[in-house]
Write a protein that binds this ligand. Sequence first.
Ligand code: ZN
Length: 193
Amino acid sequence: KLLYYMHFLQNLKLSKRTGWYHHGIPAPESIADHMYRMAMLAMLVRPDGLDIPKCVMMALVHDLAEAQVGDLTPMCRVDKAEKQRRETEAIHYLTQDLLGNSPAAANILQLWHEYEERTTAEARLVKDLDCFELCLQTYEYELAHGTRDLQQFWLGAASKIAHPQVKSWTQALLRKRRALWEGRGIAYDTPIA
Ligand code: ZN
């Protein structure tokens, strides 16, 4: 079962982040790609009383249930309660059935729930990194492919970021984005759609 779990993790490498498909991004990033960069970003945050190693681990498990469920977006027409039900069932399958409630499984389950509940400073930071990582990726696709209909990703993600350091990264990235679109002769304030 342990080896089965290890193989199961491959799903995170193979499953693409679905949102990009609807915008014609060729060969979009996987769920594992997204979580890996979030973990690397967490390592750049000043601790200031935060447990950074915990944030790194939380970033690496926060979308783990998607190994079973896939990346459900509003386009999938699965409502929020049903999405939550499927993901909770999946995380229990992975940690209880496959990992047999081992100490490692308990740690993974705890981190996953802590992120979902967002009651700790660490969970809120990881959520901010989730949004910021999406902004980084959006900018990179705008840069690489000239995609002009990714505005919704910015609107959904950038405004939610609260941690001061992550917020300053977002502002710097927004300046780069403005320069990119203005350099292409498109007024930044024009909704890029
Ligand atoms: Zn995520």
